[in-house]
Design a protein around this ligand. Structure first.
Ligand code: URA
Ligand code: CA
Length: 437
């Protein structure tokens, strides 16, 4: 068997065997297969796809490429949650504490921001003292006492995904169903949870902009999980406009704290999606008889302040100071703020999530190169939502920035993200579909 034979076989549209997939993943992780051959195979997979058997074999081979987390010594059913990545998507920081305050047990390893989509770890690090590098034993101890903790992936969790992801990022092979499904599910299988709720984002600010492709991706991930003995539900949620009103790191922690303080409306996009995700975690981990009951429990936990307590405790276990949490406003202060005003009267018919995400990245909230430092304070605060009526001169958004270098680019991106028209456009669904619910 040679990697060249495998590339040619996939290039010509044939199905790879389990042995061939294992050979590829082993050679990748050992460093025996050079990047150019890995890239060629990724492109062949991108164009020719994979059968369900190939995707399952690839996922298992990737999951087995490094250390796996064994959570079996924590009593009860353990749950995990994953988002395929979005803009202003603070769902994890809201849904995980809500579910934990209703009895679910959540031990989650999160990722960093990727391109224009934010990452939970970068958000958590907005607070001084927070360290997301915890050993598996430390993670388990926090989960035993607090019911929930989110940390960084251990170094050796699915090394195959780290290698593949960095090549996909630079070879135009990110948005492929077999490659996304195996990337997400290998990490979930290696992380040891029994219940997995996946938030598949759909829209211009997501890797999948088309509902039917996103549904295929969701079905693929649900069946991989189930074939491996996990309880899995995928929620297809909208990412045409940002989920929350705050986009940026400390800004999103602030929004999570605000939501968990109960100063919110259940119909708000971010709140509603978070409650649905929390509801499925609660239900699948056996803490409610049905989803509707779980959803009500989630709502009560949000308004009772119990979920806020879980979140604050988690931040403190990670190293944050209570007085900094109470003064989160200190960490969103920037030298400058630019207001974006409506140039005409009408209805806000779109706020393109991707533009807002790129604008936030340009301000320094994300990384353009792998080793860039991020500015946790900067970002964008939306002052309107899709469907709102605005008058000429109303403030649509605030851009909070420190570095002047890219401010004109960010301003243009935010301005062109906001579409104001005379007639109100039809509403876009917030949740398109639940797969496996
Ligand atoms: N998130 C992942 O973890 N992997 C992908 O391929 C895409 C989104
Ligand atoms: Ca995310």
């Amino acid at each position: 068997m040679t990697i060249l034979d495998i590339i040619i076989k996939k290039r010509d549209g044939y199905e790879l065997s389990k042995e061939e997939i294992d050979f590829f993943i082993k050679g990748l992780v050992n460093g025996e297969i050079p990047d150019y051959q890995v890239s060629a195979l990724l492109m062949a997979i991108y164009f020719n796809g994979m059968t369900d058997d190939e995707i399952t074999n690839l996922t298992i081979s990737m999951a087995d490429s490094g250390e796996k987390v064994d959570l079996s010594d924590i009593e009860g059913i353990k749950a995990d949650k994953h988002s395929t990545g979005g803009v202003g998507d603070t769902t994890t920081l809201i849904a995980a504490p809500i579910a934990a305050s209703c009895g679910a047990i959540i031990a989650k390893m999160s990722g960093r921001g990727l391109s224009f989509s934010g990452g939970t770890l970068d958000k958590l690090e907005s607070l001084p003292g927070v360290s997301i590098s915890k050993s598996i034993d430390e993670l388990k101890n926090i989960v035993r006492s607090n019911g929930v903790c989110v940390v960084g992936q251990t170094k050796n969790l699915v090394p195959a995904d780290k290698l593949l992801y960095s090549l996909r990022d630079v070879t135009g092979t990110v948005d492929s169903i077999p490659l996304i499904a195996s990337s997400v599910m290998s990490k979930k299988l290696a992380s040891g949870a029994d219940v997995i709720v996946i938030d598949v984002k759909v829209g211009n600010g997501a890797f999948m902009s088309d509902v039917s492709k996103a549904e295929k991706l969701a079905q693929t991930m649900v069946s991989i999980g189930r074939n491996n003995g996990k309880k899995v539900v995928a929620v297809l949620s909208d990412m045409n406009s940002p989920l929350g009103k705050n986009i940026g790191n400390a800004l999103e922690v602030k929004e999570a704290l605000d939501v968990l303080s109960g100063k919110v409306d259940v119909s708000d996009r971010l709140v509603y999606v978070s409650l649905v995700i929390a509801g499925y975690i609660i239900f699948l981990s056996g803490n409610a008889k049905c989803f509707d009951e779980a959803f009500d429990m989630a709502k009560n936990a949000l308004f009772s302040g119990k979920a806020l307590e879980k979140f604050e405790n988690m931040l403190m276990y990670l190293g944050a100071d209570k007085k900094d949490i109470d003064n989160i406003d200190n960490f969103i202060k920037t030298e400058n703020t630019l207001e974006i005003k409506a140039e005409k009267t009408g209805y806000v018919n779109a706020i393109y999530a991707k533009n807002i995400g790129i604008a936030s990245l340009k301000l320094g909230a994300g990384r353009e190169k792998k080793d860039d430092n991020i500015d946790h304070a900067v970002g964008i605060v939306l002052n309107c939502r899709v469907g709102d009526k605005v008058n000429k001169g109303d403030t649509l958004a605030f851009i909070n920035y420190n570095n002047k270098e890219n401010i004109r680019i960010a301003e243009e991106l935010v301005k062109t993200a906001m579409i104001i028209e005379d007639d109100r456009a039809e509403d876009i669904p917030l949740i398109y579909k639940i797969i496996g619910g």
